[in-house]
Ligand binder design. Structure first.
Ligand code: ZN
Ligand code: ZN
Length: 391
């Protein structure tokens, strides 16, 4: 089968691998229907997570069809369509009992695409299947379902819930990538008075506006960005959600937070940050951190308000293009566009082929574009994608 694997810092490749097999009675083998790229995959490829071994298949998000189950899998059967949680959990240990699946003590937690082979492949083995898979409801589209693996629960659990977003409060979200946008969408469950979206990329900010941000601030000039937020909120914001994972963005949150506020760190950090305790000690603030547990996936999946508001009523506007192309190219696209990229068939990876929604292939232009060096052609590529598919 085809799989996209990490090799060493700066390097990852599409390769052929053996299809996974059941090795524990609680395993399930899933044929991937859709998967996507997470910012965390970029951190791994960058080398921020040295515990990832060479030749580990990347990816921890996806939906698929169960091909095979171990003898002790009771909640699912072969042929079931499932959402794969980014967190595997035994459901029995101390932390699983507390609902903190991220810290499962029996070998679960964030292991897919990290400590064991992940979902950016044609097949994946999911351990502790009973507690780590969710039945995919038939009334939700695949594109929406993929977001329930990680993106929506992460923005919600670690950004909105940990940040204690309340009615009438002011929220600043630093980083308008998919998880920042998920925090933006789910923060609106609590009716904050302002949601200020901060990012370096105006395209991402525009999408944030469509999804409900009340104010947009480009942070190319940090001092100016801080002044703009302060002019909107002289007391500082009540909640600052850090959805990037670099020292500068954490620092920005420290500058924006008001008295009694909460900095909810969502970003995956590869470097230490400086905590300005000399300024913050007097401000009664909270700083929260966390890895998603995915225990809210059930709420998004079900018939309740979360699912109705977001996934059925179309609050999530998924702008996407069908993309069957080199994974490495998609990673670059992912860094520049605020879209989720879904992969339908990794076997076709060897050709660079993009299809518009009408199904028109446009192979020749892109082959030409990718022959040159990366930067100027990428601009062309970006414009091409933007005008050809997304307009
Ligand atoms: Zn992820
Ligand atoms: Zn556990």
């Amino acid at each position: 089968m085809k799989a996209y694997e990490y090799l060493k810092p700066g390097h990852a490749q599409l390769t052929d691998k053996e299809k996974p097999t059941i090795t524990s009675s609680t395993d399930a083998i899933i044929r991937i229907v859709k998967t996507t790229i997470c910012g965390t995959d970029l951190h791994i490829i960058k080398g921020d997570t040295p515990e990832v071994k060479s030749h580990t298949t990347l990816g921890h998000e996806g939906i698929g069809i169960i091909e095979e189950i171990g003898d002790n899998v009771n909640n699912f059967k072969v042929g079931d369509k499932v959402i794969i949680s980014c967190i595997s959990s035994c459901g029995k240990c101390y932390y699983c009992k507390k609902g903190i699946y991220a810290h499962c003590e029996n070998g679960g937690g964030w292991i897919l695409g990290h400590l064991v082979n992940g979902t950016q492949a044609e097949y994946v083995k999911v351990p502790f299947a009973d507690n780590s898979l969710y039945h995919a409801p038939s009334n939700l589209k695949d594109d929406a379902l993929v977001m329930l693996s990680d993106i929506l629960p992460t923005g919600y659990e670690i950004g909105v819930l940990k940040g204690k977003v309340k009615p009438g409060c002011t929220v600043a979200i630093v980083g308008a990538g998919p998880v920042g946008l998920a925090a933006l969408l789910t923060a609106q469950f609590y009716s904050p008075s302002k949601i200020i979206m901060i990012d370096l990329d105006d395209n991402r900010l525009e999408t944030a506006k469509e999804l409900g941000a009340t104010h947009l601030i480009n942070s190319k000039e940090t001092e100016t960005a801080i002044k703009k937020v302060k002019s909107l909120n002289p007391r500082g914001v009540d909640v600052a959600i850090e959805a990037v994972g670099i020292p500068q963005t954490f620092d920005l949150c420290q500058n924006l937070i008001g008295v009694d506020g909460t900095i909810a760190n969502v970003g995956v950090h590869g470097l230490p940050v400086q905590l300005d305790i000399d300024k913050l000690w007097i401000k009664n603030i909270n700083v929260t951190t966390g890895l998603v547990s995915g225990n809210t996936t059930e709420e998004f999946r079900g018939d309740g308000a979360l699912s109705q508001q977001l996934l059925l009523n179309g609050s999530i506007k998924i702008s996407y293009f069908y993309c069957i192309c080199k994974f490495s190219v998609c990673l670059r696209v992912f860094q520049h566009l605020n879209i989720c990229i879904f992969f339908r068939n990794l076997q076709l990876d060897l050709q660079i082929l993009f299809k518009s929604k009408s199904g028109r292939p446009c192979l020749s232009q892109l082959q030409y574009i990718f022959k040159g060096s990366f930067f100027p052609p990428f601009i062309l590529f970006y414009l091409f994608i933007y005008f050809y598919f997304l307009r």
